[in-house]
Ligand binder design. Structure first.
Ligand SMILES: [Zn+2]
Length: 263
């Protein structure tokens, strides 16, 4: 179930929204990014890593949305990180004693009871750093405010890999950060930050969707979508026309409507 997509970089794809958990091998163990969704998948991933003799020595959540904040006891007690802003946001949510109801209300019905909303959920330490503190290959933290506040992509330069978080997907159009006063500007700035940093990237791993070797095309596709929405044009985007994924069109319609009413 773990598939090597670049030297020392493995991916597990969940059947929920093609969510990708990413494993980066280091000298003393692995970094695990956005560990997964269902309890049984997380346990299977932990067993798979154990079977390969790999201990998790660090975790990372790309952004403070529920499907990127999960963990499992079998994955161990390594430090788990996110950006400082992401940690503040999820920390605030977890401080509310009714957080389980609030987060549980966001889950699709078919996942009810299968996702571990337990004491390990969202327990990340905020990093105010340009690089991840760990013993493996250098991992640059590219923080921006596209999609969610405190979002970060991770650049593993020596492996030629970008872990994109919820951007650069082949199945989902850009989902704007509805809380931002300037969601369009934030998104374009996030794409620019990635483009500026990621010249040497061969492999792009989106939070949801297929692993690709087409970083530049994906940046252009996301940029074209965001610009079309900004300019109130209908995007010419294949992700809006996938059979069985009509909800992506609905999501798109909702974004367009929100922008129109926010001025
Ligand atoms: Zn997200």
């Amino acid at each position: 179930m773990l598939r090597e997509v670049a030297e020392g970089v493995l991916v597990h794809e969940s059947d929920f929204l093609q969510s990708n958990a990413v494993v980066v091998r280091g000298a003393e163990g692995v970094l695990l990014v956005d560990a997964g969704i269902r309890s049984d998948e997380l346990a299977a991933l932990a067993a798979d890593l154990r079977g390969r003799g790999l201990a998790v020595v660090a975790g990372f959540s790309t952004h403070p949305h529920w499907d990127h904040l999960l963990w499992h006891p079998d994955l161990g007690t390594a430090p788990r990180y996110g950006t400082a802003l992401a940690a503040t946001i999820i920390g605030g949510r977890l401080a509310d004693e009714n957080w389980r109801d609030a987060v549980g209300g966001m889950l699709p019905e078919d996942l009810a009871g299968l996702v571990p909303l337990d004491e390990l959920f969202g327990r990340i330490t905020g990093l105010d750093a340009a690089e991840l503190p760990w013993s493996g290959p250098a991992v640059r933290i590219l923080q921006h405010s596209a999609h969610a506040p405190g979002h970060a992509a991770l650049l593993v330069e020596e492996r030629g890999v970008l872990v994109a978080g919820d951007m650069l997907s082949d199945i989902l159009v850009p989902i704007l950060n509805a809380m931002s006063p300037d969601p369009i500007g934030d998104y374009l700035a996030g794409l620019q930050a990635i483009e500026d940093a990621a010249a040497g990237v061969q492999v792009v791993i989106p939070g949801h969707g297929s692993v690709g070797h087409d970083l530049r095309a994906r940046i252009e596709q996301d940029r074209a979508y965001v610009r079309a929405v900004r300019d109130r044009r209908e995007p010419d985007d294949p992700r809006l026309a996938r059979p069985g994924w009509e909800w992506v069109r609905d999501l798109h319609g909702g974004q367009v409507e929100r922008l129109a009413t926010s001025g």
